[in-house]
Design a protein around this ligand. Structure first.
Ligand code: NAP
Length: 290
């Protein structure tokens, strides 16, 4: 069977596994996320929630899933115009635009479920990185940097994950959760220690939840990218400082968002269930750990 989208709107791919009979991703029905048989090589369209998809890596992840025929909830917080552009340019149909602060996880889940009918894949990509806050900043600035960063990157992601996992368990068909962490959790972030620590916490959360959610056939993984060329870090990639950052990798460049998206798509695939608990380095050999 050839790949592509069939006339019924469902994704068809060359045979790469088996599917559960009678399960589809249509509204109100159940999508199977593990290796059980399905007739005809029909791959149901997954319902994918990507947080922080108004630009950068999140937008690339949204595009990658939509390109496979999946339906995507493009989540944003403040950047409605940018998120709408991402949404308008997604291939395929049936996508959704979901705006809310991560402090309101129930709103995010309710709007996603209302639009897509459920959630099969959650990508925890949204994150906050404020200004530099090395130990030389005032105690007040230090405290607010840690509070703000953990509020979004740890508590926001953890709370949303709780709500989505509950929904996946209720759906009864397994699922995938992929966290977007950071090389900084391992290599250190001397100017942004709260950010580095928040990503370490996200990595650890992914490992714990991989164990806790396995009985529900929900696989949980994390990617740990090094520098990725997005608007947020573009100013750091110019001039001499930019060349030094590129030289951290023996490939002498930083990553493109699409390279992170490709890994996320793999980790969310049915074939990657056995990667559950993994933290995948995506840093162009710029930081090697054992
Ligand atoms: N770029 C890199 O070099 C790099 C390296 C390693 C890891 N990462 C990680 O990759 C992910 C994406 O990074 P990026 O560079 O693509 O960043 P980005 O373009 O700045 O995207 C951040 C996203 O997070 C959302 N967000 C921020 N605070 C939020 C809140 N309180 N509630 C809900 N959403 C919120 C933003 O929404 P609005 O814009 O709509 O407000 C935005 O969509 C992050 O997890 C980041 O830590 C990036």
């Amino acid at each position: 069977m050839q790949g592509g989208i069939g006339s019924d709107g469902r994704r068809r791919i060359p045979h790469i596994g088996t599917y559960q009979s009678g399960h589809t991703a249509d509204h109100g029905k159940v999508l199977c996320m593990d290796n059980t048989p399905a007739p005809g090589g029909v791959v149901p369209r997954r319902r994918v929630l990507v947080t922080g998809a108004s630009g950068g890596i999140g937008a690339a992840i949204a595009h990658a899933f939509a390109g496979l025929g999946d339906r995507v909830a493009v989540h944003y917080n403040t950047a409605l115009d940018k998120a709408r552009m991402v949404y308008d340019e997604l291939p395929g149909d049936g996508h959704a635009l979901v705006g809310a602060d991560l402090a309101d996880p129930d709103v995010i889940v309710e709007e996603t479920v209302a639009a897509l009918g459920g959630v099969d894949v959650l990508v925890n990509n949204a994150a906050f990185q404020g200004g530099p806050h090395p130990p030389s900043v005032s105690f007040a600035d230090w405290q607010s940097a840690w509070r703000e960063t953990f509020e979004v990157n740890v508590f926001g992601a953890a709370n949303l994950t709780h709500r989505v996992a509950a929904r996946m368990i209720e759906q009864g068909a397994g699922g995938r959760i992929v966290n977007v962490g950071s090389r900084g959790a391992f290599r250190g972030e001397p100017d942004h220690p709260a950010y580095g620590a928040s990503k370490a916490a996200l990595h650890a959360m992914g490992q714990s939840l991989a164990v806790a959610l396995a009985p529900h056939r929900i696989a949980v993984t994390t990617v740990a990218p090094g520098f990725v060329r997005t608007d947020r870090v573009e100013h750091r990639l110019r001039g001499e400082a930019g060349l030094a950052i590129a030289a951290q990798s023996p490939f002498e460049r930083v990553a493109q968002p699409s390279e992170v998206a490709a890994a996320v798509v793999y980790l969310a695939s049915r074939e990657a269930m056995w990667a559950s608990g993994a933290i995948l380095d995506l840093n162009g050999a710029s930081y090697l750990r054992t």
